[in-house]
Design a protein around this ligand. Structure first.
Ligand code: NAD
Length: 496
């Protein structure tokens, strides 16, 4: 059944979600405005989505606040909260193919990736935090004769969740699940390029029986809806994934309003280091290729800088190109496609501009470099590899957020580590070596929140995710994420 026709039929049969979910109801924007939602698959408008702004944010925050203050969710028993979260996960599973089609249409992601990674990953995340919510313990202070003290975790209140378009549902769920597990209410502002799965999630949350106002979804643009949410005095925290520029604005908005907490998952320019004693060149080449080309390179942890020991650089590059040549852009809804469209014309043009800059700055184009599938009307860029990229070149320093790999040679492990750390970012890093001491030393030296040895992106919901330096602060995933959405309250009882 898994054919292009099958997924096109699902798309054709669905009423694509376009209304906000505020206070337990689907709603048009107060202004009545909508915006065109374009699929990068073929550049066509697929539906009209409510263009919410400050007025709708006002409604959603008020609903979230009321839900929090009345305790309609916060005060439910652990068992009841779990039951609702599991009910939502079950509904998501029931509609997994629909979610995958929505995600693929909205952002150009291969349907196979959505079916195997994004959607099951989101469901797993929801279940993980549902299971965890009654395993968060407070602390009892040291005993004294006349006082008993303890610290408890209190939910923060209203959490504004602002997410990007590259893994729309997964990024949303990494924040929604731990936030509600701790008893908070949420207002989700999906990216304007990818509102569909968040809106569908909001619809299903109502079907699952979540009380009104606990999970609100407000689609709209960053400069209007997003800014209004981040400036709102009744929002206790903004949990954000997106670009560094917007991350910096969010901290300003916090200072201009109520000093709300801000957690930031931002961009990267992540290095993959291949030392001379790489244990398996073919496997490393596969990981290096997919480390940059997965999801069309639109991945915050994309391994966009490949640093290779000069003694094996030529053989390694050949092996990598051999893998990369077989990665051919295709229709995202076709199940065999493993490399789809870029999210928008704007993002495609950004990638093409970086390719031009790399050529101008003297890097050697080894593969790709062009827009492709132009007749489809969609936004497709070939997997692109540049060799001989200088450490100070634009391609070594700036995040492309597209399928463009920069290869740089090094002479010694010390030089490799220096180059790897020579970036304002610090999200992920990888290294390949047989030498266990070098692996340990290098893993500790690398200034990155995630380090992978002899693999790439080899971790899951159980392991914290987040960056150092300008890749942000705060962690998604794992039990640590729960504490991000809570404050410690210290209670002392005088014993008389
Ligand atoms: P973006 O920062 O442009 O947009 C992200 C979100 O912020 C969108 O919902 C947008 O509407 C909103 N926004 C924009 N301007 C705003 C404003 N003034 N106030 C409030 N909200 C505003 O990022 P993008 O282009 O959607 O995503 C790409 C970026 O996200 C890349 O830098 C990428 O590395 C990063 N990213 C990071 C992670 C991570 O976990 N570290 C994961 C995915 C993407």
């Amino acid at each position: 059944m898994t054919s292009l026709a099958h997924f096109e039929a699902i798309a054709g049969s669905m009423n694509l979600p376009g209304k906000a979910i505020i206070n337990g109801k689907a709603a048009a924007a107060r202004s009545g405005k909508t915006f065109d939602n374009i699929t990068p698959r073929n550049g066509q408008v697929i539906n009209a989505v409510a263009e919410c702004d400050a007025a709708d944010i006002e409604d959603a925050v008020a609903a979230a606040r009321t839900a929090f203050d009345t305790g309609s969710w916060r005060k439910l028993s652990y068992g009841r909260k779990k039951k609702l979260m599991f009910a939502l996960a079950d509904l998501m599973e029931k509609h997994a193919e629909k979610f995958a089609v929505l995600e693929s249409l909205d952002v150009g992601k291969p349907i196979d990736n959505a079916l195997k990674a994004d959607i099951p990953g989101s469901i797993k995340t929801l279940r993980y935090y549902a299971e965890a919510l009654d395993k968060v313990y407070g602390e009892v202070g040291p005993e004294t004769n006349d006082r008993m003290s303890f610290a408890v975790h209190e939910p923060l209140g209203v959490i504004g969740i602002i997410v990007p378009w590259n893994f729309p549902l997964l990024m949303t769920m990494w924040k929604v699940a731990p936030a509600i597990a701790m008893g908070n209410s949420v207002v989700i502002k999906p990216a304007e390029q990818s509102p569909l799965t968040a809106l569908f999630l909001g619809e299903l949350a109502l079907e699952a029986g979540f009380p009104p106002g606990v999970i609100n979804v407000v689609p709209g643009f960053g400069a209007t809806a997003g800014k209004a949410l981040a400036l709102h005095n009744d929002v206790d925290m903004i949990a954000f994934t997106g670009s560094g520029n917007v991350g910096k604005l969010l901290m300003q908005y916090s200072g201009q309003s109520n000093l709300k907490r801000v957690s930031l998952e931002l961009g990267g320019k992540s290095p993959q280091i291949v030392f001379a004693d790489c244990p398996d060149v073919r496997a490393a080449a596969e990981h290096a290729a997919w480390g940059i080309f997965y999801n069309q390179g639109e991945v915050c942890t994309a391994g966009s800088r490949l640093l290779v020991d000069e003694t094996i650089a030529d053989a390694f590059t050949e092996s990598l190109l051999d893998v990369a040549k077989k990665i051919v852009p295709g229709d995202p809804l076709e199940p065999k496609t493993n490399f789809g469209a870029m999210v928008s014309a704007e993002q495609m043009n950004t990638a093409l501009r970086y390719i031009d800059t790399a050529k101008r700055e003297g890097a050697k184009l080894c593969l790709g470099g062009h827009r492709t599938r132009v007749d489809s009307g969609g936004f497709y860029v070939e997997p692109t590899v540049f060799g001989g990229v200088k450490p100070d070149a634009t391609l070594s320093r700036e995040e492309v957020f597209g399928p463009v790999l920069a290869i740089t040679k090094f002479k010694t492990p010390e030089e490799a580590l220096r180059l790897a750390n020579d970036t304002v970012y610090g999200l992920a890093a990888g290294l390949w070596t047989k030498d266990i001491s070098l692996a340990h030393r290098a893993a500790r030296e690398l200034r990155a929140g995630l380090v992978w040895v002899n693999g790439w992106d080899s971790c899951d919901i159980t392991i914290p995710f987040g960056g150092f330096k300008q890749s942000g602060f705060g962690r998604d995933r794992s039990l640590h994420a729960l504490h991000k959405y809570a404050d410690l309250k210290s209670i002392s009882i005088t014993l008389r």
